[in-house]
Design a protein around this ligand. Structure first.
Ligand code: PLP
Length: 403
């Protein structure tokens, strides 16, 4: 990918996004006529969300008449700090609502915009590098390419524990690195970075002076023990330097339409980010900040959601067994199934079973076998239990037999 002068042109170099590609792939096919179609391609939770969301918005309706605070209200940021302290057992005083937190209108915009303050200008000498896992969430690639940096897609496959081995990169690449994205629990593989992995990566970020952006938007959707977080591990090293985490209510509270998330971490990075955001980044309206604060305070609805996902994975485990390399992911709500040829399986599932899934290749970088997603499909377990049961049975019926 070359460097062109205009942001629009640079982003064009990435080609169509995964959902446009999926629409094109299926455009000439008709779904099996005798089945109700099921769409599990998009990671959009369809669970019920708490009633108090609408009540809060209504209660605070006067705030529609005011410009919201640029970094988010104090109430919101304090709720975030309390959540992070609770979730990651952080010491009091480690995080300040004033200095370490910024509200985001969904984590996607923050993941994209952080590159604007983390990546130096191109005319400073050598071309900066942005590291990202492969497969990846699309905002990371857009952010990297948007700044003109060189995106370095680092394979996260079973051979590397489904996490990118950034430390194995050559020293000259690491020396040019300005920003590194990690997703844990990871979309699409559902792998979790453990304490040792995170500590090594944080030390690498400090050694080479890059910003480590850890996307933890699936932090609350897990099986077994709660995944460790990057702030928790940074705190153990004595500081939050170089580390920024991104969280979201979209998955935690099943409110993707609320557009609510936050970034938290290194106060120098947060200060630069907030200064940049003050010019043009989205600000979250007051009533939505109030509803979001109430959601960050409440863990009961999150536990119920996690239990629901657990039941769906129980069904997947029972129906799939060890077919398609199935393993219960440590986190996220995705099945990441090795079907041999993800595009072909996606076509068959749509035309023979009216089930819409995402070819793994569309979430990865590279052609053919060089793309770590080629053999896979991603299935988002976002619908209710009965529909998910039906869907996994359709997968076995359709792909368990020769095409
Ligand atoms: C890995 C990952 N990061 C970030 C996001 C963005 O979530 P939101 O902007 O709704 O917070 C998503 C949404 O699908 C995601 O899968």
């Amino acid at each position: 990918m070359g460097v062109s002068r205009h942001l629009g042109e640079r982003l064009m170099s990435l080609g169509d996004g995964p959902f446009t590609r999926l629409d094109k792939l299926l455009s000439t096919l008709t779904p099996a006529p005798n089945r109700t179609s099921i769409d599990l391609a998009l990671g959009e939770p369809r669970h019920a969300f708490p009633d108090f969301v609408a009540k809060k918005v209504e209660e605070r309706r006067a705030e529609w008449g005011r410009y919201p605070a640029l970094r988010g209200s104090v109430e919101f940021r304090e709720a975030v700090v309390a959540y992070l302290r609770r979730r990651y057992r952080l010491a009091e005083g480690l995080l300040s609502a004033e200095r370490n937190v910024v509200a985001l209108s969904g984590s996607r915009e923050g993941l994209f915009l952080i590159a604007q303050v983390a990546v130096p200008p191109l005319d400073a000498g050598t071309r900066p590098v942005v590291l990202l896992p492969n497969p990846y969430y699309v905002a990371y690639a857009g952010a990297a390419v948007g700044t003109g940096a060189e995106p370095m897609f680092v394979a996260a496959t079973p051979a590397t524990g489904n996490l990118p081995d950034f430390a194995a990169l050559p020293g000259d690449v690491l020396a040019r690195t300005a920003l590194c994205y990690l997703c844990s629990p990871s979309n699409p593989q559902g792998s979790v970075a453990n304490a040792t992995y995170l500590e090594n990566l944080i030390r690498l970020a400090r050694q080479y002076g890059f910003v480590l952006a850890v996307d933890e938007c699936y932090a609350e959707i897990y099986s077994g023990t709660p995944p460790v977080g990057a702030l928790e591990i940074a705190a153990r090293t004595g500081s939050l330097d170089n580390v920024v985490v991104f969280h979201s209510l979209s998955k935690r509270s099943s409110v993707p339409g609320l557009r609510s998330g936050f970034a938290a971490g290194d106060e120098k990075v947060i200060a630069a980010f907030a200064r940049f955001r003050a010019y043009a980044a989205p600000t979250m309206p007051g009533p939505l900040l109030a509803a979001s604060a109430a959601l960050w305070v409440d863990d009961a609805h999150v536990a119920a959601t996690r239990k629901d996902y657990g039941q769906k994975f129980d069904v997947a485990e029972r129906v799939l067994g060890n077919r398609f390399g199935f393993r219960r992911p440590e986190g996220t709500f995705f099945l990441w199934l090795d079907v041999g040829d993800g595009e072909d399986a996606t076509r068959r599932l749509w035309s023979k079973a009216a089930l819409r899934v995402m070819p793994g290749a569309y979430l990865g970088h590279g052609d053919g076998a060089a793309n770590p997603g080629t053999k896979y499909v991603r299935v988002a377990l976002v619908d209710e239990l009965a529909t998910i049961t039906d869907a996994v049975e359709r997968i076995v019926d359709t792909l368990g037999t020769p095409g």
